[in-house]
Design a protein around this ligand. Structure first.
Ligand code: NAP
Ligand code: G3P
Length: 471
């Protein structure tokens, strides 16, 4: 059994109570982490506050030097990190390694972009400004809270933590329960590397300590990635309204014309079923006309039924969901669709937390699956009379993360993309968050504010002006 402890002010925190981390691969306890008390959480925040003055007045190069050493510790401990990702969240070792590699690149790119942030000087050379020179700097906001989801336990953690630390903020970090062993381990890797108290990890079930964290009076800003439900709760009760939220999604794949359906089907399988659909940017509906759906459906069935289903330890493409509860939710969406006339083309088989990839045709707006986010390997085909109807469905979804458009005429697709009210639209490819230098946006129930390397740096800083006046 792995055991890692939360780290506050450079010290491991032992607690009477621990949280058992159940691996989705074995459905057995894989490890345990501290379950922190209110007192521990308060200490994390008062420590972050007390260390802010020191950390924020270091030079950027000095902070980068500290953080680069932490990054080197991640590289040196890659094997442990990959194993923790694999067993905590059920990724294959290949995908776990890919997530770590992407995170290392993310950190390096963040250092590069942080160095590009300079003061903006506005002086008498600007028409109408007399005897004044304004120096406008970006300065850190203070104590930040980073809260990450289970599905990218290092990438979606570091994508918040590193931009905040490099610009001079101090952090209290809450990893997802499945991801807490890794979160605590990352905290241990800072010991003797970062100044104590600059980065503090708080572990425990969100349902038990979440409100304690997000109502702390020391919070200056929050970066949260997770479900819409929790994101909205944070907006409601957090004393700071400086909140960036990356939430749920229901990314549609709209097929406009049918010239290369084999490619489209490959993109839908990759986009909709990678990591068993447990991605916010997963394709979560296929919207097209009857003529195209009639041709596309059998191609999708053939590709889906060829996928390896089983354990990530065996490299299976479709692995177990994060929990049996998550799998049961997917089953309820399938049952509801069937009861209301949906036609199962393949799948509809659940064993414990393993959901076989499922494709349901003739999904209509009477069914929960029409606009609910399964967060599992479940794809609906929604048939429309024309593409205008497809755009209307995309724009009326409660979610607005991304969309994908497939067709031959790029000019036409680009114009159509302008009509789709989501964070981003992908033309002729599956939806995805990367490359990480791209702004990553969600609207409506998909988010609030912008992530991505540059926007994350800006969202953790504010403008500070110093105006020099000529007497
Ligand atoms: P979740 O249940 O909302 O949990 C997200 C994080 O919030 C976890 O660390 C969780 O801790 C914590 N949390 C739970 N209750 C809290 C509370 N009252 N106060 C503060 N924090 C609390 O989401 P998830 O199951 O980890 O991830 C799946 C969802 O996140 C999906 O809806 C998916 O679409 C979305 N997501 C969005 C993005 C994006 O970039 N837009 C990326 C990934 C996932 P515990 O684990 O201990 O409960
Ligand atoms: O759900 C995690 C979200 O950030 C998706 O990331 O890179 O798989 O599109 P990605």
């Amino acid at each position: 059994m792995k055991k890692y402890l939360a780290v506050i002010n450079g010290r491991k925190i032992t607690t009477e109570k621990c949280v058992a981390i159940v691996s989705p691969i074995t459905l057995k306890p894989y490890g345990e982490v501290s379950s922190l008390t209110k007192k521990d959480i308060d200490t994390a925040f008062t420590t972050a506050r007390s260390q802010f003055a020191m950390w924020s007045t270091l030079t950027l190069d000095a902070r980068i030097a500290y953080l680069d050493k932490w990054k080197e510790q991640m590289v040196a401990n890659a094997a442990e990190i990959v194993e923790l990702i694999t067993y905590e969240v059920g990724k294959t070792k290949k995908d776990a390694q890919a997530e770590l590699d992407r995170t290392i690149e993310y950190i390096d790119e963040t250092f590069t972009e942080a160095r590009k942030i300079t003061a903006n000087i506005i002086g008498p050379d600007v028409t109408g400004i007399k005897n004044k020179t304004g120096h406008f700097f970006r300065v850190p906001k203070g104590v930040g809270v980073s809260i990450s989801p289970f599905n990218y336990p290092i990438n979606l953690a570091m994508s918040k933590i590193i931009p905040a630390l490099v610009t001079g903020n101090t952090i209290v970090f809450k990893p997802a329960t499945n991801g807490s062993l890794l979160g605590a381990f990352l905290g241990e890797l800072t010991m003797g590397i970062l100044p104590d108290g600059v980065f503090n990890v708080v572990t425990g079930r969100g349902s038990e300590i979440g409100d304690e964290i997000i109502t702390n009076r020391e919070i200056d800003f929050v970066s949260f990635t997770g479900s819409t439900r929790i994101g909205k709760r944070i907006l409601d009760i957090c004393p700071s309204k400086d909140v960036v939220l990356e939430l749920g999604g229901k990314d549609p794949a709209i097929i406009v014309d049918a010239t290369n359906l084999d490619y489209v089907a490959d993109q839908i399988v990759l986009g909709g079923l990678s990591y068993s659909g447990q991605r916010c940017t997963a394709i979560k509906s296929i919207i097209t006309t009857d003529a195209i759906a009639d041709q596309l459906a059998p191609i999708l069935v053939q590709k889906i039924e060829a996928l390896q289903v089983g354990s990530p330890l065996d490299g299976a493409f479709i692995g177990p969901l994060i929990s049996e509860g998550a799998a049961q939710f997917v089953q309820t969406l399938i049952d509801d669709a069937i009861n209301k006339g949906g036609k199962v083309l393949t799948g509809n088989k659940v064993i414990d937390n393993l959901v076989y990839p499922t494709l349901i045709d003739n999904v209509t707006n009477t069914m929960q699956l029409f606009d609910e986010e399964p967060f599992g390997p479940l794809l609906p085909i929604i048939r429309v009379k024309n593409i205008d109807e497809a755009v209307m469905i995309a724009n009326h979804s409660q979610y607005g993360l991304q969309a994908s458009l497939f067709g031959e005429n790029e000019t036409e697709l680009f114009e159509l993309a302008q009509k789709i009210n989501t964070g981003s639209v992908n033309i002729n490819a599956k939806s995805q968050r990367g490359p990480d230098i791209f702004p990553f946006i969600g609207v409506r129930n998909s988010g609030f504010g912008v992530q991505g390397i540059v926007d994350a740096l800006y969202s953790t800083t504010r403008i500070k002006g110093i105006v020099v006046n000529k007497r």
